[in-house]
Design a protein around this ligand. Structure first.
Ligand SMILES: [Fe+2]
Ligand SMILES: [Fe+2]
Length: 274
């Protein structure tokens, strides 16, 4: 199974920039890059912060862009989104409890897309209703299960981000722990930086995001630091026994020494020939 993860696309009004970067242009660039090089992926998951200001226009534009993508696209909402406006444009993604939570059958197991949105806050939430839904799903599905969500369920030890992580992380952990054998991986976003680790033995990972980039300043107290690091998305390969996640820095504009480039022989001699 091969899948793609974009996160924190932060679409905004045409022409507006965030941190000097154009989220609409970068989303288009990420799509063109991913579809050119990874058109064989079976699905694209976008793990939240779809719109920077939760604007209906952004969701309508996203919907029309997705209509032209030749693979299934699965959306989650993040703290910058507006659940009500999102589900007014994507009513099929709201479940009977009003959450944007749903299951997707994959060639290898089942993806569960989770809703960690809460009103009037940038922090993540996972209330009892959402936990009950997830427990029911995990009881019914044989596995393997792939979890997708916006907020990080484990602190990253950078204070400004940890204030707005998944605040119900204990409830979330207690919900998934009994099913650790069938949950293969958690894919999240929100932090705008590449992360990996585990929760109750379940691995997780996050790519940087397709627009603005965070920087892990462990002494920060109020604001997440940012840096001019390349815009990125994730490519994920999974077999019944293994998972590999790559962060592809499609925004990198520098040189790539590869097969067929003029100085590749020198590079090969320096690094590989012994
Ligand atoms: Fe974000
Ligand atoms: Fe976020």
């Amino acid at each position: 199974m091969k899948i793609l993860q974009f996160t924190d696309i932060h679409l905004t009004r045409q022409g507006d920039t965030i941190g000097g970067r154009d989220p609409n242009a970068n989303f288009a660039k990420a799509l063109a890059h991913a579809l050119d090089l990874h058109g064989d992926a079976e699905a694209l998951f976008i793990t939240g912060d779809l719109s920077d200001w939760g604007d209906e226009d952004d969701y309508a534009r996203l919907k029309s862009i997705i209509a032209d993508i030749p693979m299934p696209v699965h959306l989650m909402i993040g703290n910058h989104d507006d659940r009500q406006l999102f589900t007014s444009v994507f009513p099929e993604l709201g479940n009977e409890d009003g959450f944007v939570q749903y299951a997707v059958q994959m060639s290898l197991g089942t993806a569960l897309c989770l809703d960690t949105w809460g009103p009037d806050t940038h922090a993540g939430h996972f209330c009892e209703d959402r936990a009950r839904w997830l427990t029911t799903q995990l009881e019914q599905i044989d596995g393997p299960v792939w979890l997708f969500m916006h907020h990080n369920p484990v602190p990253i030890h950078v204070a400004p981000m940890d204030k707005i992580m998944l605040l119900d992380a204990e409830r979330f952990g207690a919900t998934i722990a009994p099913f650790a054998q069938k949950i293969r991986h958690i894919f999240h976003g929100h932090c705008h930086m590449p992360l990996s680790g585990s929760l109750h033995g379940i691995p997780f990972s996050a790519p940087r995001g397709t627009n603005h980039a965070g920087w892990p300043d462990f002494s920060a107290t109020r604001l997440l630091a940012s840096a001019e690091l390349p815009e990125s998305y994730a490519v994920i390969f999974a077999t019944p026994n293994s998972v590999m996640t790559h962060m592809v820095e499609f925004g990198y504009a520098g040189e790539i020494k590869g097969e067929g480039t003029p100085d590749y022989a020198d590079w090969d001699r320096m690094t590989m020939v012994r």
